[in-house]
Design a protein around this ligand. Structure first.
Ligand code: ATP
Ligand code: MG
Length: 543
């Protein structure tokens, strides 16, 4: 049980909130969700589920300039793909009318005022935590004057940035967020939901807690950077005398070789360092999906990482471990050769084609078997043959034997090279008695290798990825450089591969998750066509 669950169980024991649990996931629709958000989603929806409560989806859409319905749609899709369903869908903008009334209420009670200072003057007046700030010359306006100005702000009489509404709290507080925080700003911008109805917009601090309150949220779970905002969250709830949810902070997820910020991800997309938000190298949920990660793997990762109170960095290899663990159970096995060299079985009949029975998933007997054609000329991996093999190399070499998976034991006789010295053909003989069901089928050899027929296999495009960032901490860069300079120039390699002929477009799209035997896990990319399947390498078989 993590510390948040401990708090919740204690609240339930004491009958707080009628022993009910109601959480929310509150994304700002200004970009696509990333693996850090997945952590927060699993936490909020997971807690609601565990305690028979509810979890809302609330879009924190108080910043019209950066927000868009494209992001709203992608966020909903990603949450559902992860396996969660919200009890209700809300928008902070649903509450603009109520928030406005509450702002007038605070003004009437002498707890808020309109400030005509510039942003710069306001910042300067706030000062530094170690010394009291300076009060605004507009701080002691009358209630009437404040109400009048605020109404005219709303009516659109003033340009952007000319005035703000501030809470009147304490300019000497050691907590900078208490030094008369801004509640409303003027912004003549079209909002993706409210259009041009508003030209003043509430700030995060004046919208978030109240939105939680309106929805009857019991536990408002957020990341550590909001800890310093909590006194203000509490102050607004008390000043307005409304339902007071409990804000609880946990450490945000950080991961090695990864950036975790929508702003930076947007930059990668806009400057074409990646091919869109769902590029399989991106830490976005849609990128991970396209890479071949399963929802189960991501949920298991979030669970394994746990909930911390202090910032830490998780090694990306843990995410990969979780992917392997689940894919091993569900991925359909298939044979693919990615770096081919030709193997010719000299004593195999020229025109014979045998159908070999192959197991779809040894971890899942229900997955059944399939037939793979076998013939005289095959592709095998170049790395599975070595001309000058020492004793530790168990695979194919001259005069040595290996088993061809689901087929025969072969023995290499000789090789052919081109003028440059590259091997172009490997010749061998096979032992007909070693096919499964035949007398010598159990004869042991040291290695089994996979293969694809030259005549029948299909050419596919295979995209192999390396880390998007070459260094563990991409944000940590020298003077004058940015995280962009830490991009790995070799993070994408596109090559051809040979796959089983039975893999039609329809089948590939239905199965989606594959294990190319001995090579790794691969995902059928939506770019695939009837003519050319495309596979993304999710992760290798072993670390
Ligand atoms: P970003 O900096 O990437 O834009 P954000 O915090 O501004 O992230 P929001 O849309 O405001 O993004 O986040 C929605 C919720 O997800 C918030 O409750 C936030 O605390 C949480 N969240 C964001 N990033 C992480 C992370 N790395 N780990 C855990 N939770 C996160
Ligand atoms: Mg944010």
């Amino acid at each position: 049980m993590n510390f948040i669950e401990q708090i919740i169980e204690e609240d339930i024991r004491q009958g707080k909130n009628d022993a009910k649990v109601h959480t929310r996931f509150p994304p700002e629709p200004n970009g696509y969700l990333h693996i850090g958000h997945a952590k927060s989603i699993c936490l909020n929806f997971g807690i609601a589920k565990k305690y028979n409560g509810k979890c809302n989806l609330r879009f924190d859409d108080t910043n019209p300039v950066k927000e868009d319905t494209e992001y709203v749609d992608s966020i909903k899709e990603d949450i559902q793909w992860l396996g969660f369903q919200w009890a209700a869908e809300f928008y902070a903008s649903d509450y603009f009318d109520q928030l406005y009334l509450w702002a007038e209420q605070l003004i009437s009670e002498g707890l808020a005022y309109v400030d005509d200072q510039t942003q710069e003057e306001i910042s300067k007046g706030r000062g530094v935590p170690t010394a009291p700030g300076v009060e605004s010359p507009y701080r002691n306006r009358t209630v009437e004057e404040n109400l009048d100005l605020f109404r005219r702000m709303r009516a659109g009489e003033f340009p952007d940035g000319s005035r703000v509404l501030r809470a009147k709290i304490d300019m000497a507080s050691p907590n900078m967020h208490f030094r008369d925080p801004i509640m409303y700003r003027i912004l003549h911008a079209t909002h993706h939901r409210t259009g041009d109805k508003w030209c003043i917009y509430p700030m995060y601090d004046f919208a978030h807690g109240q939105s939680d309150s309106i929805e009857g949220i019991t536990h408002s779970i957020c990341t550590l950077e909001f800890e310093v905002h909590r006194p203000l969250y509490d102050w607004f709830c008390e000043a307005l005398r409304i339902h007071h949810p409990q804000q609880i902070e946990f450490a945000r997820l950080n991961m090695t070789n990864t950036i975790m910020s929508k702003r930076k991800m947007l930059q990668l997309v806009k400057e074409h360092h990646v091919n869109g938000w769902d590029d399989p190298r991106m830490p976005t949920i849609c990128g991970l999906r396209r890479r071949g990660y399963t929802p189960e793997a991501i949920r298991n990762f979030a669970e394994t990482v746990g909930v911390a109170k202090r910032d830490n960095i998780i090694d990306v290899s843990l995410l990969e471990f979780c992917a392997r663990e689940h894919l091993n159970k569900v991925a359909t096995r298939t044979m693919a050769v990615l770096d081919p060299v030709k193997l010719i079985i000299d004593n195999y009949p020229d025109d014979l084609v045998e159908e070999m029975e192959a197991v779809n998933n040894p971890e899942d007997p229900e997955a059944g078997t399939r037939k793979v054609p076998f013939a005289k000329e095959l592709w095998i991996e170049r790395a599975d043959f070595r001309e000058n093999a020492d004793k530790k190399f168990y695979r194919l070499s001259i005069d040595r034997e290996v088993r061809l998976k689901y087929a025969y034991i072969i023995k290499c006789t000789h090789i052919v090279k081109d003028e440059a010295g590259n091997i172009t053909e490997i010749h061998c003989t096979y032992d007909p008695n070693t096919r499964s069901g035949m007398p010598d089928s159990n004869r042991k050899v040291k290695a089994t290798i996979h293969w694809a027929t030259v005549k029948y296999s299909k050419k596919a495009e295979v995209r192999i990825f390396d880390r998007l960032f070459a260094v563990p901490d991409p944000d940590n860069c020298e003077e004058g450089k940015t995280f962009i300079d830490n991009l790995n120039p070799d993070s994408l390699k596109i090559q051809d591969g040979w796959v089983e002929p039975g893999l039609t477009l329809e089948k590939a799209m239905e199965i989606k998750y594959f294990q190319f035997e001995r090579l790794g896990y691969f995902y059928a990319d939506p770019d695939s066509t009837e003519e050319r399947l495309v596979f993304n390498k999710t992760v290798s078989l072993k670390q």
